[in-house]
Ligand binder design. Sequence first.
Ligand code: GSH
Length: 202
Amino acid sequence: MKLHFAPASPFARKVRILIKELGLEESVALHDVGAVTPVSNNNDLNLINPLGMLPVLVLDNGDSLYDSPVICEYLNHIADGVFYPTDTDRRFRTLRLQALGDGILDLSVAMRYEIAMRPENLQWQTWLDFQDEKVQRGLDTLEALCNSFEASPLIGEITVACVLGYRDFRFADVNWRDGRPALSEWFDQIMLRDSLIETVPG
Ligand SMILES: N[C@@H](CCC(=O)N[C@@H](CS)C(=O)NCC(=O)O)C(=O)O
């Protein structure tokens, strides 16, 4: 299998973390596609994902899988992993946490494109402000939830770690730790894992 990714992509980071946690490093080759943006075109990427987005996992039979939640669930499935519990309450708690984290990432990445890619005189501050309110509410919800996070991370917790890492990477000037002591402490602990240390965005 081959994972097409970019080192800065928080969605691809989830997948890279899972590959390491599941011991699949020998089975998945990594292909760094480089930067992909909504205003760039990569024909090779379009062939494996019509949406032209990362990450994409190309299977040995030539099929491709996207997006990151689908890839993560596939990898967990083939490796018989424990990142998606079968018990109903725990399963849907972790899937909801994954959805919250992916939602914050979608907003953050869209804001990053607006700020970094759009000509400054065309940027829409009102739109940015409304997206940021959603992000901040999402982060406040993570602060409220984090005391009930799983001790051994599931896909929800891994997604949250990628959110916080991405906020540090791209939005360091808006310190998410301010007013969120429990989440900060939790993040410091999960960041001790090799799979997270080895995939810090860059
Ligand atoms: N829902 C997708 C989101 C993926 C995504 O937004 N990837 C970004 C890179 S971090 C991308 O490919 N952007 C290019 C674009 O928006 O055209 C997932 O979870 O994989």
